[in-house]
Design a protein around this ligand. Structure first.
Ligand code: FES
Length: 141
């Protein structure tokens, strides 16, 4: 038996043995690999952002900083909630038109204060306080 023949037979045999188990494992391994875990909501939050430039300089903009999504509504108010979706941890986006947070992963939606309004998430996002002084936005627990 040549080396080529050996690997051809062993390789084919191994593939024959592994394929069914791989196929059987796809459903669970693929779904478990794509699932994340929500990151716990940040605690002891206390930071300041300069809103004179960047996404918070205009109404409707938002950014994620230190695990918190900070948004500026279409009426110029500031919102701050934990960024990690409570379903599987994907960062939520702010939707200015609806004044809500939407998870791009499975579509969970949260009100402007972080309350779940549409699953699959079942827990609220943590809301944080904001205070604007000039161009400095203080975000805190
Ligand atoms: S991670 Fe599933 S809805 Fe957000």
């Amino acid at each position: 038996m040549t080396r080529k023949d050996f690997f051809a037979r062993v390789g084919f045999g191994a593939a024959t043995l592994l394929v069914p188990s791989c196929i059987a494992g796809i459903a669970t391994s693929c779904s478990s690999e794509s699932e994340g875990s929500p990151t716990p909501a940040p605690t002891n939050v206390d930071f300041t952002l300069d809103i004179s430039t960047g996404s918070l300089a205009t109404n409707g903009g938002f950014l994620v900083h230190n695990g918190i999504v900070v948004a500026r509504t279409n009426t110029g108010e500031f919102l701050a909630v934990s960024a990690s979706c409570t379903h599987q941890g994907t960062n939520v986006n702010y939707n200015a038109a609806g004044n809500k947070f939407i998870c791009p992963n499975h579509g969970a939606q949260f009100s402007s204060t972080g309350v779940v309004t549409q699953g699959p998430a079942s827990s609220n996002l943590q809301q944080y306080n904001t205070t604007l002084t000039g161009n400095s936005l203080h975000v805190f627990s």
